[in-house]
Design a protein around this ligand. Structure first.
Ligand SMILES: Nc1ncnc2c1ncn2[C@@H]1O[C@H](COP(=O)(O)OP(=O)(O)O)[C@@H](O)[C@H]1O
Ligand SMILES: O=C(CO)[C@@H](O)[C@H](O)COP(=O)(O)O
Length: 457
């Protein structure tokens, strides 16, 4: 049996799966936590990867590996390949002002949407580089190369062979704000606009190119976590994925690049040569974590409580902007509770309002995507919640399909590694378990009340 490894180095943890390259059957797995916070030294990702690989039984019998990782994180390296400062992550909002300035300087949102498919907000790497140039000019001057989390981990696995050997892929490059999915090329002028100089950027590999070797193990190009999840669930034309992880993301598989001047939809590329229009919220699974903490219960009990309250929680609405928000672009917003009355002051109503508020943000994303989905696939850690699975179809107004529980990002990365080995035109078709379908009566009133409350923030 030939084995492949897939890595998901995401916001909260590193997960590794080892699968049979031919059938996709899971052989072993491991995981390790990441530190909390929105700026993290990349060495922590490396250490977590080593721990997760060890728990997964190591790589001695593995033929190929691919890294999927959180998008956008700014990893600055000096000319010797040393990390210049802690990486600023996708959910770090300190560059919100820099984003506004960059949008204005290029001539407005339309100009950015045309240039790189997305209107940058604080999540995008380009805005973090502007923040660096303004607030830490010495660090900016020392920055000889800029990469993303998956680029850096892949390069470290290959032995850190000098900054000119850094590689990336289309999917992750499309989240920088200085690479165009439409033309398939970098925009050094935008990098210079942000930083005042043009550091080395990773070479963009095609979907099945080899990024190097970690000893005997072939390295696939890797990609951003949402692109890897798309590969992991076999996202096809007409499908929309709703992922409830640290971030909430709603994305589709598209044949053409997108250019949304409103900025709600990021016009990303995917890991197969196609495109991945995507809406992202900053507040998803951790809204459930926070609600559970406030109620002093575990996640399963939170879900049980939420299912005890009626749809709409008798008018109680939670707008969950606990980390500010990205879509809508309100980096300084805070969460708020609306419609609190004696009758709905119960743990069950609060739990329901937390689940509904988080899902309403994603339903707005679904609308913004502007796709009438053939299927909505519910994935990510939050999809493990029974309450989320049962309430989502009511809030989305459509049935949702929940694939077999899994680590979809790591699975997609493993599938990319198997694709590298097979060299076929399409990724290997792996056996998938039977998905579950959840249906519910649509609850438009829930969304209407949420829209009113969110507009007041
Ligand atoms: N049974 C569950 N019920 C609700 N949420 C869950 C459950 N299991 C895991 N989660 C959520 O999954 C989240 C992690 O999801 P994951 O997709 O692994 O995140 P990321 O990849 O962004 O690190 C946690 O914040 C946790 O709230
Ligand atoms: O910024 C985005 C997408 O544009 C996020 O989706 C990050 O890629 C983080 O992902 P998770 O850790 O939540 O999976």
């Amino acid at each position: 049996m030939t084995l492949v490894a897939g890595v998901d180095s995401s916001t909260q943890s590193c997960k590794v799966v080892i699968r049979d390259a031919e059938t996709g059957a899971l052989v072993r797995e491991g995981r390790a936590p990441h530190p909390v916070g929105t700026e993290v030294h990349p060495d922590h990702w490396w250490e977590a990867l080593q721990r997760a690989l060890a728990e997964a039984g190591g790589l001695s019998d593995v033929a190929a590996l691919s890294v999927g990782a959180q998008q956008h994180g700014m990893v600055c390296l000096d000319e010797n390949g040393q990390v210049v400062r802690d990486a600023l992550l996708w959910n770090d909002t300190r560059s919100a002002r820099a984003a506004q300035d960059l949008v204005a300087e290029l001539g407005g949102p339309q100009a950015w949407a045309e240039a790189v498919g997305s209107v940058p907000v604080a999540s995008f790497t380009v805005t973090k580089l502007r923040w660096l140039a303004e607030h830490e000019p010495d660090n900016a001057a020392r920055t000889a190369a800029v990469g993303l989390p998956h680029d850096w981990l892949t390069w470290r696995l290959a032995g850190a062979p000098g900054v000119n050997a850094l590689t990336t892929d289309r999917g992750d490059a499309s989240g920088t704000g200085y690479w165009s999915p439409g033309t398939g090329s970098y925009r050094p002028d935008l990098l210079k606009l942000a930083m005042g100089h043009t550091p080395v950027v990773p070479r963009v590999l095609g979907p099945t190119a080899q990024a190097g070797r970690a000893g005997e193990v072939m390295l696939a190009p890797g990609t951003g976590d949402n692109m890897a999840a798309a590969l992991g669930v076999g996202l096809g034309p007409g499908d929309v994925a709703v992922s409830i992880g640290t971030s909430g993301t709603v994305f589709a598989c598209a044949g053409e690049p997108s250019h949304d001047p409103s900025g709600a939809v990021a016009g990303f590329a995917d890991a197969t040569g196609r495109f991945l229009p995507l809406v992202c919220t900053l507040n998803a699974a951790r809204v459930l974590d926070a609600a559970a903490r406030m109620l002093g219960v575990g996640l399963d009990e939170l879900g049980d409580l939420a299912l005890q309250a009626p749809p709409g929680a008798d008018g109680l609405v939670l707008v969950p902007y606990l980390e500010g928000e990205r879509t809508p672009n309100k980096p300084d917003a805070t969460g708020s509770v609306h419609g609190l009355r004696l009758a709905n002051s119960t743990p069950a109503h609060f739990a329901r309002a937390a689940v509904e508020g988080m899902l309403c943000g994603l339903a707005d994303g679904l609308d913004a995507l502007g796709v009438e989905p053939r299927r909505i696939l519910l994935i990510g850690g939050g999809a493990r919640s029974r309450a989320v699975r049962q309430i989502a179809p009511a809030v989305f107004g459509r049935p949702v399909v929940v694939p077999e529980p899994g680590e979809y990002v790591a699975d997609g990365a493993a599938r990319q590694a198997a694709w590298l080995l097979s060299g076929t035109a399409e990724p290997p078709a792996w056996l998938a378990g039977e998905p579950e379908v959840y249906e519910a009566d649509p609850a438009p009133g829930v969304r209407a009340r949420y829209a009113e409350a969110a507009a007041a923030v």
